[in-house]
Design a protein around this ligand. Structure first.
Ligand code: MN
Length: 329
């Protein structure tokens, strides 16, 4: 089992900063989840700098222990996890970067490992979904964001921006839109009815007002009934949170959610068959107190908890446990 390297007598701030003190290993053997940095921000439409998100999130993850008192679980008993390091990218070259991001992720998905990808701007979700769909076919999308990212570029030279990711993912057949849901939309759109385009693609779209009309329990029940037991990719744009909580992001939108609300929403999704995750748009240069990266690290940890709780529910052993053939457990 690969577990966080936390020891008595070794202060949590010491050592080289991997995510949550996970061992930095590039292996596909005996691993359930791999934290993977994707330091790429060529797809942005406004402020640049999310390429520095992964290192900032890793640094702010140092105080997170692998235990959730809420789920009453030690995730390291159920999951073998590693920090895989960062993917190679070509800053400034989006299509070439998409190609090598997909190439590097394909064996990770093929091995049945759940990647926990730290962006980077939201454009990187497209190669993530391309790699995921090769293994699983069209996946359900559970999308937390203040923007639906279902735009269409007027200029073909700009078609791969972070604001158009999910329309192209639908076009390419990577997403099962009829069983997907977008939540938290409140940002300005190009047209008064801008979200209708996302709905026309098949997505269920809940604006911030729509989300606020439901209890968190009702919201989670809605998401679960939407996706059923299908494979689900969870994408979390940190600008889902209010800029008061997450100022360090490139396209902040006021009137958003608290971190506590986001934690409770994620915790309520336990039981879903998650096959991939990315957390995007953390921009450290606009994050002077590192609070955005702190929230991002904890959101990623909530996702680790969901994987562990699912294993506990299903009774599936970790791939990190070397169980000799024929052994009755
Ligand atoms: Mn966004």
């Amino acid at each position: 089992m690969y577990r966080p390297q936390i020891e008595m007598g070794k202060p949590l701030y010491s050592g080289i900063h991997t995510f949550m003190h996970l061992p930095h290993v590039q292996t596909l053997e005996k691993v359930d989840y791999a934290v993977i940095g994707v330091p790429f921000d060529t797809g942005v439409s406004y402020a640049i700098g999310a390429r520095f998100g992964p290192s900032s999130i890793r640094t702010m993850s140092q105080r997170i222990r692998p235990i959730s008192p809420v789920h009453k679980i030690d995730t390291s008993e159920y999951l073998s996890g590693i920090d895989y390091g960062d993917l190679r990218v070509y800053p400034g070259y989006i299509e070439q970067s998409y190609k090598i991001i997909e190439e590097q992720l394909t064996p990770v998905f093929e091995a049945g490992i759940v990647p926990i990808m730290l962006g980077g701007d939201h454009s990187i979700s497209l190669p993530h979904l391309r790699a995921a769909a090769k293994k699983y076919g069209p996946v359900c999308l559970v999308h937390f964001d203040s923007h639906s990212d279902t735009g269409r570029a007027q200029d073909p030279a700009r078609m791969w921006s972070h604001g158009c990711v999910f329309s192209y993912a639908v076009d390419e057949g990577l997403i099962d839109a009829e069983h997907s849901i977008q939540m938290g939309m409140r940002g300005s759109t190009f047209k008064p009815n801008g979200l209708d385009e996302a709905r026309a693609m098949g997505f269920e779209v809940l604006t911030t007002d729509d989300v606020r009309e439901l209890t968190i329990e009702e919201l989670c029940a809605k998401v679960k009934s939407k996706v059923g037991d299908r494979p689900v990719f969870l994408t979390f744009d940190i600008d889902f949170l209010d800029p008061t909580y997450a100022p360090g992001t490139g396209t902040p939108e006021v009137g958003g959610f608290t971190t506590y609300e986001a934690q409770r929403m994620l915790r309520g999704l336990a039981g879903i068959n998650f096959i991939g995750f990315d957390l995007v748009e953390v921009l450290p240069d606009r994050d002077p107190s590192h609070i955005t990266a702190l929230h991002a690290a904890n959101i990623a940890f909530e996702f680790v908890c969901l994987l562990a709780v699912k294993r506990r529910m299903d009774g599936t052993p970790s791939k990190g446990l070397a169980v000799p053939a024929g052994t009755i457990r």
